[in-house]
Ligand binder design. Structure first.
Ligand code: MG
Length: 227
């Protein structure tokens, strides 16, 4: 069972499914451009999942080890606004989607970029590169009443004190009500589900000893050390 503390209360919320949106900020999509190939903005949200063991949160992150060897040498940061769902729903209309939100958190969608690239090349699912243990740490959850407009918040990530990601949640391609409508129509949503809403530009290769400070205005902060 994975539980996350609710800020300012004694409550903890049990985390169920973790939905993640890829390519939801234009400047981030451009980070993958090569002279031969430019990625287009998606026509519909690009959804992938992580197991809830990804949300086990500590103050450190490490690359999984298999047969005595780290499975990657390119761990990267993706700071994201996380929407936490407060009640069950299927085919939730966009118009009242925000009624289904319990609150928000700061999350990091840690990614093994080399593993992801290799799996993509083979046309294989990239679960390993995104869903590994503790790959989706989150801050305490802030109840939605405390966040005036989740679609206009500064979102930042510092690496060893230097700003690497600096954007605003207003820059998302697919907005929160549509993401809730879309995911609930296909998968259904449950209380305790989380939606990682995509990362802005500024992904960086991380090294052991790196100190990451992620922050979203009025939502909170999350500090993680790479070990
Ligand atoms: Mg991401």
């Amino acid at each position: 069972m994975v539980e996350i503390k609710v800020k300012g209360t004694d409550e903890k919320l049990r985390i169920e499914n973790i939905y993640c949106i890829g390519r939801n900020y234009l400047e981030h999509i451009k980070e993958f451009d090569t002279p031969e190939k430019k990625l287009e903005a998606p026509k519909e949200p690009m959804v992938f999942l992580k197991p809830n063991t990804a949300a086990i949160t500590a103050d450190y992150i490490s690359i999984p080890v298999l047969k005595g060897k780290k499975i990657s040498d390119n761990l990267q940061n993706e700071v994201e606004l996380v929407v936490v769902i407060g009640k069950d729903g299927v085919s939730i209309p966009k118009e009242n989607a925000m009624e289904y939100v319990y609150g928000y958190a700061v999350g990091i969608d840690f990614t093994l970029r080399d593993v992801q690239a290799a799996l993509k090349k083979e046309g294989m699912p990239w679960a390993l590169s995104k869903g590994f243990l503790m790959s989706a740490p989150v801050s305490e959850i802030v109840k939605k009443e405390e966040v005036k407009n989740a679609e206009n918040l500064c979102i930042r990530l510092k690496l060893n004190g230097e700003i690497k990601q600096d954007a605003n949640t207003s820059m998302m391609i697919f907005k929160l009500p549509y993401l809730i409508h879309y995911i609930s129509s296909i998968f259904g949503l449950k209380k305790g589900d989380m939606i990682f809403t995509g990362t802005p530009a500024g992904i960086t290769k991380l090294n052991s000893g790196d100190k990451i400070e992620a922050e979203i205005e009025t939502v909170g902060k999350l500090n993680v050390m790479v070990v």
